[in-house]
Design a protein around this ligand. Structure first.
Ligand code: GAL
Length: 907
């Protein structure tokens, strides 16, 4: 159990041992925005589920990536199911240590929107309800007393943790608390239920605003009730066809900012779906830019994107109707923690909303069309500063033509802009940009700030960008003609003495640099980039002010020690680096080492071992008539289902004993989408099915007259349904539900066996296969006596067999090499495989459904320096086509990272 030990030692001090500085902050809000300590905040948030990433040091990795990419907040569902294996039993240790999660968020400096349910949906098992809740009588998500008591039990555990991390009075970074999730039952009982939960939160010490995701139904009970929206929906098969972008202004309620608790950041993909690459294309950077700027044009100042990092529904976390093991979601950060094109687009927008403060308080000016109706402009203005924001795009989101239009930007008319295809631009006019007056620009602002020593030697720095090859114009106003120096690139200047306008015209290509020095004023260093060049910039805010760093793949942190600028981050190759900080830094370090020649080292190449040395063991003794099931639970005929017998995850075995002369049996089972069940009589395989109900004919001579006969049924269950409509669908049973003999009036006496609790990995890691019950998947299991085999390997034996091998790794320290296990897909073979790495079930493969073949394994679960155990449980569902395909190890990246990033490495 080395992994367990590592996790435990990495989980840090007990919460009560930590003295928290209780810095009291205030949170307020009005029609326009959130305000923290009186200062307006544009909440730019990304959804993240810690429970889909069973590796606390990878939590830090992802949250740092989010922060570095311009997100100032993260929205987190807390999954009741993930923490509770039985009534009254809760686990908040190791990978369930949410105190530690919230500590990490606070350390990194990212705000948290906490969403503890009790119901969360999220394409997860039971929508977040623990399995044990599925046998409750009272309707869930209502005021039924048994349900409320259970919900209160969970909230009594999770609320104090959240309360300890509130920005207001807890010394952490939680700024909002969501009550329930998408309860669309606008009934007296629905209101009473939400009132109960709101009162409970307050009684438990929650002082941050209570927010909702309920289409504004609970405005009386909650502070800010929001609407979620997924305009592209979830069918990723036609990824180039967009749906119209919604104007979310309709959801703006008086006295509250327009909060979008979930706006589409990707899409989930079901069993047999087209795969997440297609979902990422459907919701690509162009979509995100157009949709999120459109939300700004509708006045939203609180946008959370679902998902920004999706992760993995490892073990039995997936809800079967919705998703397979990967919850990559086509999100900006992929399942294996890689930054995608979408991330870079979000970074530009996130930097902008944080730099351009007047955006947090705007009122609608109006929408207009130009270029013969093809180009839409949507305009807002800040009532105090008069700064004007204009979003420009094609009216028809599927219009791929290039149009030139003349539009108004603030007080300026007839400004030429180009809209090519799915371009969307948020253009700013009449803006006091630090010490300058920006009349308007047809480039977009990525970020700006004051750099230098904070005293007399300082300058304004602004980074603007546009599509490569498109013309751009930036107009700044001065009392007298400033000195203008072209430092790089081609920029034409003209000066209008009448208006005082300095006009700069250029084409976005690479990076142009202009130094504008107003007489007696603060100089401006203007960086004019094409979009791809803009993406190579990172902004970090230090105690001495902002710094821009150009070049690295990722800049995680920056700080100054005297004149030394200390940067941490990632590179995937040798990378030139350039610092823009107004000359503050006299030297630079990167991941603790001095930077020489302006270059950062890349990672060392790695070679991965081939997966060989497989050994095989067949199991399925439960199918044999003589198997001793006397230790199994007796199941009442009316309560055969798995949850009734205390088994809430994965496969469950049934053995039904009967005597007499039956000719067949009619069995009914409910395993969930992509599940299936297999049946034997006295050791003879009768077949398998995905149907709900099936009559199995007993072969002649199979029944032993007058003796004990045994029907063995393996139900391969795929998790509980969600309860999206609040009608108790999570209670749909799993396992065998009904059975009767044909040709005989006798009853069948059933015994049932499922999985037991893994104290480290939790209740959703493993089910009740023989091998799971006997630790075949665990790292310490000794498989030396198993039969050596090579893969691929056809196998005609129905039932379960196990394959094991070891994977020694020696990845260089200070590198992040995300690894996936990949199964070669052979559609002709009908089998399923459960993959275990060091005992952790990292995914389920179903050969004839797909689409998932690659299963990322996060560091922490995977020991990157040392020995790993791999185990694969293969379920052959017929007697002709089973087996196991070739399995390979694939690196999906190679990055030099800060050496301190990973805890839990061991040699
Ligand atoms: C939302 C829900 C989320 C998730 C999402 C789709 O309606 O609130 O929990 O299910 O849909 O991924």
């Amino acid at each position: 159990m080395l992994v367990a030990a590592l996790l435990a030692s990495a989980s840090g001090a007990a919460p009560e041992a930590k003295a928290r500085a209780r810095a009291a902050h205030t949170i307020a809000y009005d029609d326009y925005s959130y305000k923290i300590d009186g200062k307006r905040l544009y909440v730019w948030s990304g959804e993240f589920h810690y429970w889909r990433l069973p590796s606390p040091s990878a939590w830090r990795d992802v949250l740092e990536k989010m922060k570095a990419g311009g997100f100032n907040a993260t929205s987190i569902y807390f999954d009741w199911d993930f923490h509770s294996s039985a009534p009254g039993v809760y686990d908040f240790t190791g990978i369930r240590d949410v105190d530690r999660l919230l500590d990490i968020a606070a350390e990194i400096g990212i705000y948290v929107i906490a969403r503890p349910g009790p119901y969360i949906n999220a394409e997860t098992d039971g929508g977040g309800f623990p399995g044990w809740l599925s046998t409750q009588k009272g309707r869930a998500r209502s005021t039924a007393p048994d349900y409320l008591a259970a919900a209160d039990e969970w909230l009594s555990r999770i609320d104090p943790v959240i309360a300890r991390h509130q920005l207001t009075d807890g010394g952490g970074s939680v700024i909002a608390y969501q009550v329930e999730n998408e309860l669309y039952t606008d009934t007296p009982d629905g209101h009473a239920y939400i009132r109960h939960l709101a009162a409970k939160a307050k009684a438990d010490g929650i002082t941050v605003p209570l927010v909702g995701n309920h289409k504004g139904i609970f405005t009386r009970e909650l502070d800010i009730d929001g609407y979620d929206r997924y305009p592209q929906e979830f069918d990723c098969r036609h990824p180039d066809v967009w749906s119209p972008l919604p104007d979310m202004a309709f959801a703006h309620k008086k006295g509250e900012p327009l909060y979008l608790p979930e706006f589409q950041g990707g899409a989930f993909d079901p069993w047999g779906g087209p795969g997440y690459d297609k979902c990422r294309q459907l919701t690509n950077g162009d979509f995100e830019k157009a949709a999120y700027e459109n939300n700004m044009a509708s006045g939203s100042t609180m946008q959370n994107f679902y998902m920004v990092y999706g992760g993995t529904s490892w073990g039995y976390l997936a809800s079967p109707g919705s998703v397979y093991s990967s919850y990559d979601y086509g999100a900006p950060i992929s399942e294996d923690r890689q930054l995608t094109e979408k991330y870079l687009v979000d970074k530009r927008l996130g930097y902008m909303v944080q730099a351009v403060a007047p955006l947090a308080k705007t009122a609608k000016v109006g929408d207009a069309t130009a270029a013969g109706g093809a180009v839409l402009t949507r305009t807002r203005r800040n009532p105090d500063t008069r700064t004007v924001f204009t979003v420009v795009r094609h009216k028809d989101v599927n219009d791929k033509s290039t149009d030139s239009a003349r539009i108004a930007l603030g007080g300026h008319r007839d400004i030429p802009v180009v809209v090519a295809g799915r371009d969307s631009k948020l253009l700013v006019a009449d803006y006091a940009m630090d010490h300058q007056r920006l009349e308007y620009s047809t480039s977009e602002i990525m970020t700006h700030g004051v750099v230098g020593d904070g005293g007399r030697r300082h300058e304004d720095l602004a980074l603007l960008y546009g599509r490569r090859g498109q013309a751009g114009r930036t107009v700044l106003r001065y009392a007298a003609r400033p000195k203008v120096t072209m430092l790089a690139g081609t920029v034409r200047q003209s000066w209008d003495a009448g208006s005082g306008d300095l006009r700069l015209d250029y084409t976005h290509r690479g990076l142009a640099q202009v130094l504008v020095e107003p007489r007696g004023g603060t100089p401006l260093r203007l960086l004019l980039a094409d979009d791809a060049t803009a993406d190579t910039f990172w902004r970090q805010d230090t105690a001495r002010g902002p710094v821009l760093v150009r070049g690295p793949e990722l800049v995680r942190t920056a700080s100054y020690a005297g004149g030394e600028l200390r940067l941490t981050g990632d590179t995937d190759r040798t990378t030139p680096v350039q610092v823009f900080d107004g000359g503050r830094a006299t030297s630079v370090t990167w991941n603790g080492r001095p930077v020489r020649d302006g270059r950062l080292p890349g990672p060392r190449p790695v070679t991965l071992p081939r997966l060989t040395g497989w050994r095989l063991s067949r199991e399925t003794p439960e199918a044999r008539p003589g198997y001793d099931d006397s230790g199994w639970r007796t199941a009442a005929p009316a309560a055969l289902a798995a949850d009734n017998n205390g088994f809430h995850a994965g496969s469950v075995w049934y053995r039904g004993h009967f005597t007499g002369s039956a000719t067949g049996a009619r069995l009914t089972a409910s395993t969930g989408n992509a599940g299936e069940w297999l049946v034997w009589l006295n050791g003879r395989f009768l077949g398998s099915t995905r149907d709900a109900s099936k009559a199995f004919r007993f072969p002649a001579g199979a029944v032993r007259r007058g003796q004990d006969n045994v029907l063995s049924v393996l139900t391969v269950n795929m998790g509980h349904e969600q309860d999206f409509r609040a009608n108790d669908t999570h209670k749909k049973p799993r396992g065998l539900t009904a059975a009767s003999l044909e040709g005989s009036g006798r009853r069948i006496a059933w015994r049932v066996q499922g999985g037991t609790l893994d104290p480290v990995r939790g209740p959703l890691n493993a089910g009740g296969l023989y091998g799971e019950r006997h630790g075949y998947h665990l790292p310490a299991y000794d498989a030396r006596a198993w039969t050596p085999v090579t893969l691929p390997r056809p196998d005609r034996t129905p039932g379960v067999s196990w394959y094991r091998t070891t994977l020694p790794l020696a990845l260089p320290a200070g590198q992040d090499v995300p690894l996936s296990l990949v199964i070669a897909r052979e559609r002709s073979r009908h089998y399923r495989a459960q993959l275990y790495v060091n005992g952790w079930m990292v995914g389920i493969y179903v050969s004839d459904l797909g689409p998932q073949q690659a299963f990322p394994v996060p560091p922490g679960v995977l020991r990157t320096a040392g020995r790993n155990s791999l185990a694969v449980a293969v379920i052959n569902s017929d007697a002709h086509t089973g087996g196991l395909g070739r399995i390979t190890l694939r690196a999906t990246g190679n990055h030099a990272v800060p050496p301190a990033l990973w805890v839990g490495r061991s040699a």
